[in-house]
Design a protein around this ligand. Sequence first.
Ligand SMILES: *Cc1c(COP(=O)(O)O)cnc(C)c1O
Length: 395
Amino acid sequence: MTSWRDRVERDMVHAFGPSQGLLVRGEGAYVEDVEGKRYLDFLAGIAVNVLGHAHPVLADAIAQQAKTLIHVSNFFSTPPQLELAARLKRLTGAGETGRVFFANSGTEANEGAFKLARLNRGEDGRRTRVLSMKNSFHGRTMGALALTGKPAMHTDFEPLPGGVEYIDTTIEALEEAFDETVAAVILEPIKGEAGVLEVPDAFLQRARALTSKTGALLMIDEIQTGVGRTGGWFGYQRSGIVPDVVTVAKGIAGGVPMGAVVTLGAASELIHPGQHGTTFGGNPLATATANAVLGEIETAGLVENAARRGDELVSMIAGWKHPLVTGVRGRGLLLGISLGAPVAKKLHGEALERGLIVNAPNDETIRLAPPLIIGEAELSDFEARFTAALSAVSH
Ligand SMILES: *Cc1c(COP(=O)(O)O)cnc(C)c1O
């Protein structure tokens, strides 16, 4: 009989590295593989499974909506879609001037944002440049890839859509590059893929001040940081700014594919009929699921839980005083453990062996993005498994 690993090798496109396991079910913060081995999931499908696995509220919402109405064309509207649009306007602080475009993934949400930048040329048409941050990540499709500040990811796919410039995430670099020819500035409040690097509040505030003055769009990619993960509903909110465009995906529907672009103020008036669209975007199955997920985050106090458990994790990790651990970055339940040596890949492997799923965005960082539902029991289980993995790497 052909093993599942051989079938992966034979039948799947080789876009990802070797598969780490054949997972068959999950419950809460745990998943189980085909051999019955249980893993504590401290990655949550990369910041996706905000309610953990097989959450009854999520499962029931999907089942109920599947029995009611799964999909209609965007020639029509549906109640779950309108409910979700109103909810996103409230949670982002968009208020009366907000509007929502629904997509199906993070990269597609950022494609929408990119189009808004192109539509924001200004009356004389001179706003043509888009500023993005070096080392940023915005997705894999051509437009979102062009927005991504990692030149090594571009080379195989050039030519990419033009007009994007990559700057250091410093106020000096921003002021140097910024003028009235800029159509938009896009950034992540915490660069997750780059190793959980926080962007200072002062930088966001300066970006807001500059863009407000000229009419450039401030576009915040909240795909990884949004829906409660950082201990606030959205990462930008801590800095007190209100952006023009917010892109959301990953956790928004708890694992059902979904993305959204929220526009605020004048940005809400840029798109006209015929300029953008998508078949599945905002269908009742995805939007009803997102309503259930966001509703559960609110009623169960999971934003507050993310803040509290994040603080507890940071103190716990500091308390180990392990020589290999040189610091913890990030906020809430999006954390990067920095290592004093390039052993993140090895540590990730040792953790997996001990039934703990984390990930290594680079050689010196372990990223944690557990479900927002975790409590004391999951924290102690994480401590036991991770410190065991640390010892294995140190010896
Ligand atoms: C994951 C991610 C994306 C891309 O989302 P996909 O759903 O994988 O297309 C874009 N931006 C950020 C910050 C992300 O973390």
